[in-house]
Design a protein. Structure first.
Length: 150
């Protein structure tokens, strides 16, 4: 098999493991494979910085990230959560057209599937189930952030 075909097959296998994609039909998944980019970050690297503009949505293929608010009243970062393979982040800035709401750090070496804004929005428009799943996560996360910030 040509290298490209092997890569596509491997990508499809990995995408199936991500909860977000398990809701897509096989034909949609095929179309998506052409849009998704793979990106890796070394342990300790900042993937997303709070306050910056962003145009990418990340799904964790392997590794672990931590999520933080930069400042509390006492000028210390506030820990929000850890995320693992199958989970996603970076949806808020894209859905709400706002700067990044938190900082995301790679706690281990991480591999991500990345979708850029226009493709992400198109998928949400074409897949109401995914749209609901993203909106639910967004609402949950905003409530948690508000509680942690006090
Ligand atoms: P975004 O604001 O685009 O960039 C930072 C990301 O961190 C954000 O999208 C969410 O995906 C994630 N995030 C923000 N707040 C929380 C939270 N309270 N719990 C979990 N994830 C969060």
């Amino acid at each position: 098999m040509a290298n490209k075909a092997v890569e596509t097959k491997e990508l499809l296998r990995l995408l199936h493991k991500v909860d977000f994609f398990s809701k897509l039909k096989m034909g949609q998944l095929d179309a998506l494979v052409r849009k998704v980019k793979k990106e890796s970050f070394a342990k300790g690297k900042t993937v997303i910085k709070e306050g910056e503009m962003g145009d990418a949505f990340y799904m964790i293929s392997s590794g672990q990230v931590s999520v933080w608010h930069n400042k509390s009243m006492f000028n210390k970062p506030i820990f929000l959560t850890n995320m693992e393979p199958g989970e996603f982040f970076g949806e808020m800035a894209l859905v709400m057209d706002q700067p990044r709401s938190a900082t995301v750090v790679a706690e281990t070496r991480c591999d991500f599937f990345v979708l850029y804004k226009d493709d992400f929005r198109k998928i949400l428009m074409e897949n109401p189930e995914i749209s609901v799943c993203i909106e639910e996560a967004l609402a949950r996360r905003m409530a948690r952030s508000a509680k942690k910030r006090g």
